[in-house]
Design a protein around this ligand. Structure first.
Ligand SMILES: Cc1ncc(COP(=O)(O)O)c(C=O)c1O
Length: 366
């Protein structure tokens, strides 16, 4: 075992949390008639696309700032898409959407990046007026609200990815507004959960928890072995049901506490970070936002990511865009070139946040 500092991007799973989840019998607050619990956010997009195709929609409008996970279900279901513009704050460009929808009435998917909602009043009004289906991708905006309503309940469909916010091995959901759509979608055949994959993912989450708490890193051999086995067991196949480990752990988590501590951590970084070399993408945190991370822009982003990695700090680059996107959308290209996301998750301690900030200052001095 080696002792070292470790700051992960997502929270780990404590053995106590796992034990109490396994011993608990209930699955309170998870099942709702208009929500299908699945293995991932990709599964949610997949079954939605299958259903849209059956209803005659072969194409969807997507933002020109997006991750490969959003695109993969399109490739698997053979659904095509057209990209619309986003601006420098990652807000959707309504004019660009208007231009696309003049040619064809395709469903519109919007992403609430990093937990920050899009301008939903305008979008709802536009979609209603033009009879367009509105899909809210809330993979990065779990627990967030817009004018008092949970983001995933705004529009016709909502996509959720729980593992981005909670220490669960897998987990996503599709929320559906109309009862008739819900009845149809709930009858889609799903694969059983892949328990081998969930189990290894659970072990990894526990190792991360112990590493970041104690600084004791399991031997590299063990980490490598577990990671390899997890990759090997990962099936990117047919959409699957949410596994029982994820359900159990989720039902034991205090979500108010998750919301509160993520916001506190975001605000702490925001107050302390005063460097010319880095610019927060969102300097203000609106009251109803539960942040996924702290996105910032930096020239020489890759060198900062590597500098922090060498100090045991994991960050996330959301996202490196494919060439066909960067070629046609200069604003998206510019953000993608400079963006990185710092962790703000609920398990971070004050000393870890200070260590992240000190490390960024050390990078700026190099
Ligand atoms: C915006 C967005 N939508 C959907 C997904 C897919 O979620 P999952 O990783 O649970 O499949 C992701 C994952 O990175 C995402 O960032």
């Amino acid at each position: 075992m080696l002792v070292e500092k470790a700051v992960y991007f997502k929270s780990g799973l404590s053995p106590c949390q796992l034990l109490s989840a396994v011993l608990s019998a209930g699955l309170q607050g998870l099942n709702s008639k208009n929500q299908i619990l699945l293995g991932s956010g990709r599964d949610a997009i997949w079954i939605l696309l299958q259903d849209l195709r059956r209803c005659g929609y072969k194409r969807v409008m997507l933002p020109s700032y997006l991750c490969p996970s959003v695109i993969s279900p399109f490739e698997k279901t053979g659904t095509s898409y057209r990209l619309y513009k986003v601006d420098r704050d990652l807000r959707v460009d309504l004019d660009s959407i208007k231009a696309l929808s003049k040619e064809e009435k395709s469903p519109l998917l919007v992403i609430h990046y990093f937990g920050f909602p899009q301008q939903m009043d305008e979008l709802l009004e536009f979609c209603e007026r033009n009879e367009l289906i509105l899909i809210g991708d809330c993979a990065q905006s779990f627990l967030g609200k817009y004018a008092g309503t949970p983001l995933e309940l705004i529009g016709d469909y909502g996509i959720l990815s729980y593992r981005k916010f909670l220490p669960v091995p897998k987990g996503g959901a599709l929320t559906i507004r109309a009862e008739s759509d819900a009845d149809r979608l709930c009858s889609i055949r799903l694969q059983e959960a892949n328990y081998a994959e969930s189990l290894f993912s659970t072990v990894t989450l526990m190792m991360k928890f112990l590493h970041s708490k104690s600084g004791l890193r399991p031997l590299r051999l063990i980490t490598t072995l577990v990671n390899h086995l997890q990759d090997f067991l990962e099936t990117d196949g047919f959409p699957e049901r949410m596994d029982l480990i994820t359900r159990r752990v989720m039902s034991k988590i205090d979500l108010d506490e998750v919301f509160r501590s993520r916001r506190e951590n975001y605000e702490f970084i925001e107050k302390q970070l005063e460097l010319e070399e880095v610019t927060p993408l969102h300097p203000d945190l609106p009251r109803e936002v539960c942040p996924y991370g702290f996105p910032l822009l930096a020239e020489g982003r890759d060198s900062l990511v590597e500098f922090l990695r060498r100090r045991g700090i994991e960050t996330s680059v959301d996202w490196r865009l494919p060439d066909y996107v960067t070629k046609n959308f200069p604003v998206s290209r510019e953000i993608s070139r400079r963006i990185l996301t710092l962790p703000v998750h609920q398990q971070l301690r004050r000393d870890q946040l200070l260590y992240i900030l000190e490390s960024i200052e050390a990078w700026a001095r190099t």
